[in-house]
Ligand binder design. Structure first.
Ligand code: FBP
Length: 553
């Protein structure tokens, strides 16, 4: 494999770790825990793994070792996120440092690899090839949902065959939900296999009191912010385009908000605010058109609009429509697939309630069809395939035309649309993600050796220097609630949406009118891997505001 100069040098980067993980550790246990909501239902569904305490690893004297080798399996699940390879390197180094004969097996292409018995042993040589690199290609990833006992039993066969006593699932909220269900099943059946989760997703929506951030968010946002900054410098140079930029984040707007904090665009829509204020699509269009008209009055016929990928599902009327579509398609997908493309739209209209049928009928043909595309295996609309940026640009153009007729807008409006998602998911991890991921993996290995199951690896205090980070384990049931999926109520990890009362949004809110009219762009430039710590090691602005209450760098 030909390597870039950066890859060759970066392979030697030694991730910074919490001081507590460098020597021997002991476990400090907190009090019994409860799920965030629906405690009775969750406790009943997870009788063997519910309510366990929060764990913290603290340094202790003595030699760091395990009595016997441990064989561990690892799965990468869901969308790629920078740093996954370092989580695996951390698990590998962790189990090897505790016993040199320990083995790590990677299941290929996601949870499906476990069920289909597709795996490979990860050796020193393989791990060294992938240290500090982006991507999930070391073993591949997939979105198979583990939800049938037949799958768990099939998985158990290979785990037994390879004498694997613990499985680490690296994934987002849905995949960690799977991990928890699997942990419960194996415990209930005395299978002798522990299951540990690791918080991954660029979307940043797997976080709570104990999990500060999901890995990959930091790097992905830095990549998008570099690109947005470059676009802003271009549009401030040519002064002739409005750029409508959709950024990934299937549900929550954390990515859009973080990019706004890093780049100061003229407009950033936050889905959670749209929902809270019960805004309609027309309200959003009016807001964007108003800013454009005001900038035009100053002679500035250019600007940037950041749009979160999940916006459409947060507009209350659209949300109701999508919910009905989800339920309908969950039960009638086969029939829908048989309908000819030209008749799909009228077929759907005939099946919806009158209110939703009217909204559906009012959408442009392309967007209407995009709303009925195949759901992912978890029953979610694939919002990355819905071209919201084009929809908004089109609708704003029409609105500006109306304003011009009323004599309220005199300007030129030319748009360019962008979608940034896949560009950032496999970038070489920033120092933050390289360090955080390695520590998460190493911590997972300690949870395994401590015999724990149904826990998520956690590393906290990450706005402090890495030496002061705190490693531990959080019971996954603690993060769960009941939600409607595929037309049924299911236990799932609660998604962390943008909180409108929390510091990142509050800061954005205090600045956005200024950013709208002044051209106050920030150009963050590319991620730096070598150089002064204030350039290379800064955590995301979201994390700085959440943990420290201010932006420090
Ligand atoms: P995860 O939640 O699995 O981490 O994936 C998040 C994400 O990157 C979203 O931002 C995006 O909507 C989705 O994956 C795209 O999915 P796919 O990779 O299947 O196209």
């Amino acid at each position: 494999m030909t390597k870039s100069a950066l890859q060759i040098v970066r392979a030697h980067y030694v991730p910074k770790m919490p001081a507590g993980l460098e020597g021997n550790v002991r476990i400090e246990e907190g009090a019994a825990t409860q799920s965030v909501a629906d405690t009775k239902e969750i406790a009943k569904l997870f009788p063997n793994t519910y309510g366990t305490p929060i764990l913290k690893f603290v340094p202790t004297d003595g030699k760091k070792s395990a009595d016997k080798p441990v064989n561990v399996g690892v799965i990468l699940s869901g969308g790629q996120a920078p740093g996954g390879h370092n989580v695996i390197a951390g698990i590998f180094d962790g189990i090897k440092s505790l016993h040199p004969d320990s083995k790590l097996y990677g299941f290929l292409m996601g949870p499906g690899g476990l069920v289909n018995h597709e795996y490979k042993e990860l050796t020193h040589k393989i791990i060294d090839e992938y240290r500090n690199t982006g991507g999930f290609d070391i073993i591949g990833s997939g979105r198979t949902k583990l939800e049938e006992t037949a799958q768990y039993d099939k998985g158990l066969q290979i785990l037994k065959q390879l004498q694997i006593s613990a499985l680490v699932v690296i994934g987002g909220d849905d995949s960690n939900t799977n991990a928890c269900v699997l942990a419960e099943y194996y415990k209930a059946n005395n299978a002798g296999v522990q299951v540990i989760g690791c918080p991954k997703t660029i979307d940043g929506d797997l976080k709570n009191e104990q999990i500060e951030t999901s890995f990959g968010f930091d790097t992905a946002c830095k990549v998008y912010s570099e690109l947005i900054g470059n676009i802003q410098r271009d549009c401030n140079s040519a002064r002739k385009y409005w750029h409508f930029i959709k950024v990934m984040g299937r549900s929550a707007s954390h990515i859009g908000l973080e990019c706004a904090l890093q780049t100061h665009p003229n407009i950033c829509i936050v889905s959670e605010e749209v929902e809270a204020k019960k805004q309609s699509l027309d309200n959003i269009i009016d807001y964007i058109a108003d800013v454009i008209a005001k900038r035009a009055e100053q002679g500035n016929n250019f600007g940037t609009v950041i749009i979160p990928e999940g916006l459409i599902e947060f507009i209350p009327a659209m949300k109701a429509l999508i919910a009905e579509l989800n339920d309908f398609l969950a039960h009638n997908q086969a029939e829908y697939d048989m309908i000819r493309k030209s008749e799909k739209r009228s077929y759907i209209i005939s099946k919806l309630s009158p209110e939703n049928a009217e909204i559906y009928a009012s959408l442009p043909e392309s967007i209407a069809l995009q709303l009925t595309l195949d759901r992912d295996p978890h029953g979610n609309v694939q919002v990355s395939l819905i071209e919201t940026e084009k929809l908004l640009a089109e609708m704003v153009k029409t609105r500006l035309g109306e304003l011009a007729k009323e004599g309220k807008y005199k300007g030129k409006f030319a748009t360019i649309t962008h979608f940034f998602g896949y560009e950032g998911r496999c970038a070489a991890p920033s120092n933050y993600d390289a360090d955080y991921c390695y520590s998460l993996g190493y911590t997972a290995s300690l949870l395994v050796v401590a015999g724990k199951t149904g826990y998520m690896s956690s590393v906290r205090n990450t706005t402090a220097p890495a030496k002061e980070w705190i490693a531990g384990g959080i019971p996954i049931t603690m993060m769960m609630n009941m939600e409607r999926r595929h037309g049924e109520m299911k236990p799932v990890i609660q998604k962390a949406l943008v909180r409108l009362d929390a510091a990142p949004f509050k800061y954005f809110e205090s600045q956005r009118n200024k950013w709208a009219l002044e051209t106050d762009y920030v150009y963050p430039g590319p991620i730096q891997y070598f150089g002064p710590t204030e350039v290379c090691d800064q955590p995301s602005k979201t994390l700085q505001l959440e943990q420290l209450g201010k932006i420090v760098g």
